[in-house]
Design a binder for this molecule. Structure first.
Ligand code: IPE
Ligand code: IPE
Ligand code: MG
Length: 234
C-alpha cells in the first residue's frame, strides 16, 4: 500500500449479517456473531493503518422493529462484547458510543459509561460504536441541547454555526468521515452520519459483512484514493 493516503476517519455500515446466515441455513444471530468477530479484526486493522477514528454502525434506531428474538440476541452479543471481547484494556483506543443510551437496560448502559470513562483520556485511535444510533435522532438531540443553552442564556442565537452545531453531535471534536463504506450490496445511507457525510465519498461493496476481510478494506482505501474530491471547488 505505497503512496496511498490513509483516511483519518471512515464510517462503516456493518450490513449483510442476516443474508450471510441465511445462505448457510443458520439463524440470523449466527451472522451477527460472525459479524462481531469481523468488527474486532477490522478495528485492529484500522488502528494498524494509522487512522484517527473509525465509526462502526452496529444498531440503528430503526433496528428495534426486528423480531424480538433477534433484538434479544443482539443485546446479548453487545453485552458479551462490552464485557470481554472488546479488549479495550489491551489497546490504547478511546471508545465512544454514538447514540441514545437511554434505550438500553441499566447493565448495558453502565458498561458503556464505564468503558467511555476508562478510555476517555487515551490518545490512540477513536473507535466509535454506533448503538441505537440514528442520524435524525442525533440532529434533534443537538437542536434540543442548543435550545436549552439559549433558553438558559448560556449561548446566543448568533453563536449557532456549523462548527458549534457539530460540537453538539455525538461525534463532537472528531473529523468528518472521508468515506463511508457499505458492504452487502445495499446502496443507501440508512440514517447514518447524515450531517457528517456532507463531503464523504461513498464506497459500496458486494461482500457481506461477515465475509469482509482486511483485503476488502485495502480495496476500499485504494478506491478512495482514486476519487477526485473537489469540495465544491474546481
Ligand atoms: C447488519 O446486518 C446488522 C444489523 C443491522 C444489526 P443485517 O442484520 O441487516 O443483515 P441483512 O441486511 O439482513 O443481511
Ligand atoms: C443499517 O443496516 C444499520 C446497521 C448496519 C446497524 P439495516 O440493515 O438496518 O438497513 P436497511 O434496513 O437495509 O436500510
Ligand atoms: Mg441489513
Amino acid at each position: 500500500m505505497e503512496n496511498i493516503t490513509i483516511p483519518k476517519h471512515i464510517g462503516i455500515i456493518m450490513d449483510g449479517n442476516g443474508r450471510w446466515a441465511k445462505k448457510r441455513m443458520l439463524p440470523r444471530n449466527m451472522g451477527h456473531k460472525k459479524g462481531a468477530e469481523v468488527f474486532k479484526d477490522i478495528a485492529r486493522y484500522c488502528d494498524d493503518l494509522g487512522m484517527e477514528a473509525v465509526t462502526f454502525y452496529a444498531f440503528s434506531t430503526e433496528n428495534w422493529k426486528r423480531p424480538q428474538d433477534e433484538v434479544d440476541g443482539l443485546m446479548k452479543l453487545f453485552k458479551q462484547y462490552l464485557i470481554d471481547a472488546f479488549d479495550y484494556e489491551k489497546y490504547n483506543n478511546r471508545i465512544i458510543f454514538l447514540g441514545d443510551k437511554a434505550a438500553f437496560n441499566e447493565e448495558l448502559r453502565n458498561l458503556m459509561l464505564e468503558i467511555e470513562e476508562k478510555t476517555a483520556e487515551r490518545d490512540g485511535m477513536i473507535i466509535n460504536l454506533a448503538l441505537n444510533y440514528g442520524s435524525r435522532d442525533e440532529i434533534v438531540h443537538a437542536c434540543k441541547e442548543i435550545a436549552e443553552k439559549v433558553k438558559a442564556g448560556d449561548m446566543s442565537v448568533e453563536d449557532i454555526s456549523e462548527e458549534s452545531f457539530s460540537a453538539h453531535l455525538y461525534t463532537k471534536n472528531q473529523p468528518d468521515p472521508e468515506f463511508i463504506l457499505r458492504p452487502s450490496g445495499e446502496k443507501r445511507i440508512s440514517n447514518f452520519l447524515l450531517w457528517q457525510c456532507a463531503y464523504s465519498e461513498f464506497i459500496y461493496m458486494d461482500v457481506l459483512w461477515p465475509d469482509f476481510t482486511r483485503k476488502d478494506l485495502d480495496a476500499a482505501i485504494a478506491e478512495f484514493n482514486k476519487r477526485n474530491r473537489r469540495f465544491g471547488g474546481v
